[in-house]
Design a protein around this ligand. Structure first.
Ligand code: ADP
Length: 414
């Protein structure tokens, strides 16, 4: 049988357990805490600090500091290791530092330090520093355990860097996706109405042709419609930028959603007289606190979307109470939204490619709706299938809890 090397035997850290931690190291600090809890069975220390070269500044930064007692604060004690960490990094080797004299009266004045280089990523080296106040000196066996812990730490740090890099890549991907959605939508939605306006205006201005009144009215009607599309686009752009910068003002007042929705349906019917809408409102719907104009904008957008993307289908709007929430479902029987696009449906400038040529839009409507609902501390979600789409809004009934509202008595009457 092979004889075990006593100095490298690892009592504390179990490999199987470590790989479990490594696989589940979304929160690398929690994994590291587990690791040092085990490591302390083999290696006694008061403080431990991990330094890592900062990607942007290139200087050594403390990414983790742990104080295991004696009334010290880990952050304050991190400074103990600063000088040693720089030396370890420079010389790229394990270094032990001991005080000239061991002050037996105040152990905190006698720091025994051990620093080990960490090579988590080639160009971002780090250092692991152990501190013992009042000794004893680090022996060979300690150094061996420190090496083992440094190896595990390196792997955890790599995992951390991997997670951070993945998150950054996702952010960059999302921002470049946003840019391309923006360019696609804006270029199309600006060009197309401008093209119509210019074309029909030029036609009307031609001196070599006379247009009868009916034709002139038809052309002017198209110019007016396309100008409205441009105005809507600019309004959406302004709203979205105000919402993003937090500059959109909200006026919260008690309001009744049933009458707000009824008014919106009546309004949209003026321009779409054949619209089929079925209302299913529970009796005795309590008032809520909200910004009536902004909520009307949400209902208007959802209704207009149903008109645009699910034309001539029955739109059902239900309003019910669920504990402390009012729940509103807007359903249509249109073609639905392909599942693959659902994660982006509330993103700015996103339009389902297959539908974007069929109707005008900025791809900002649902983003604006979601922001408005969230400003009311509510939720907006979507569910869809090939037989229709349902947008569900949840709004809290808590009247007194809304910002800037002082209400003594809430009336529930209709
Ligand atoms: P738009 O200005 O394009 O209408 P929205 O943000 O309101 O922007 O909607 C984003 C996209 O979601 C739309 O372009 C459309 O593709 C899709 N969509 C919205 N509502 C519906 C619906 N009721 N049925 C099918 N698709 C919808």
């Amino acid at each position: 049988m092979m004889e075990k090397n006593k100095t490298t035997e690892n009592k504390g850290i179990d490999l199987k357990e470590f790989f479990g931690l490594l696989c589940d190291s979304r929160n690398w600090k929690t994994s590291f805490e587990h690791l040092i809890l085990k490591a302390r069975k083999d290696l006694i220390f008061d403080n431990l600090v991990i330094y890592q070269t900062d990607f942007e500044t290139g200087s050594l930064e403390v990414v983790y500091a742990k104080s295991t007692g004696r009334g010290r604060s880990a952050e304050a004690d991190a400074s103990w290791g600063d000088m040693l960490a720089s030396r370890v990094l420079e010389e790229n080797k394990l270094i032990c530092e001991e005080p000239q004299q061991n002050n037996m009266e105040n152990r905190l004045d006698s720091a025994y330090l051990l620093g080990i280089p960490l090579l988590a990523v080639e160009n971002l080296p780090g250092v692991l520093v152990f501190i013992r106040f009042g000794g004893p000196s680090f022996c060979d066996e300690d150094l061996s355990h420190a090496h083992t812990l440094a190896g595990f730490t390196t792997l955890l740090l790599r995992q951390k860097i991997l997670h951070e890099t993945t998150a950054k890549i996702r952010e960059i991907q999302a921002s470049s996706q946003l840019q391309s959605d923006f360019i696609n939508t804006i270029s199309h939605e600006l060009r197309s109405p401008l093209g119509f306006i210019k074309g029909y205006a030029t036609t009307l201005l031609r001196t070599d042709t006379k247009w009868d009144q009916e034709t002139q009215n038809e052309f002017l009607g198209i110019i007016e419609r396309e100008t409205n599309n441009l105005t809507d686009l600019i309004d959406d752009l302004l709203d979205s930028s105000r919402l993003q910068s937090g500059q959109m003002k909200f006026e919260f007042n008690p309001l009744r959603l049933d009458s707000l929705i009824r008014d919106e349906v009546t309004r949209i019917r003026l321009t779409n007289p054949t619209l089929k809408v079925e209302l299913d409102f529970e009796g005795n719907i309590p008032a809520i606190c909200g910004d009536a104009r902004k909520l009307a904008q949400v209902f208007d957008n959802l209704l207009s979307n149903a008109v645009k993307y699910a034309p001539d289908t029955l739109i059902k709007i239900s309003l019910s109470r669920q504990n402390d929430l009012l729940k509103i479902d807007f359903s249509d029987e249109g073609p639905g939204i392909p599942e693959v696009y659902l994660p982006r449906i509330f993103s700015r400038f996103f339009r389902v490619p297959e539908q974007s040529m069929k109707a005008h839009g900025s791809g900002l409507g649902l983003y604006i709706c979601k922001q408005i609902i969230e400003k009311h501390e509510g939720t907006l979600s979507v569910s869809t299938s090939s037989s229709g789409t349902t947008f569900t809004i949840g709004l809290p009934i808590n009247l007194a809890g809304m910002p800037g509202i002082k209400i003594k008595e809430i009336e529930n009457g209709g």
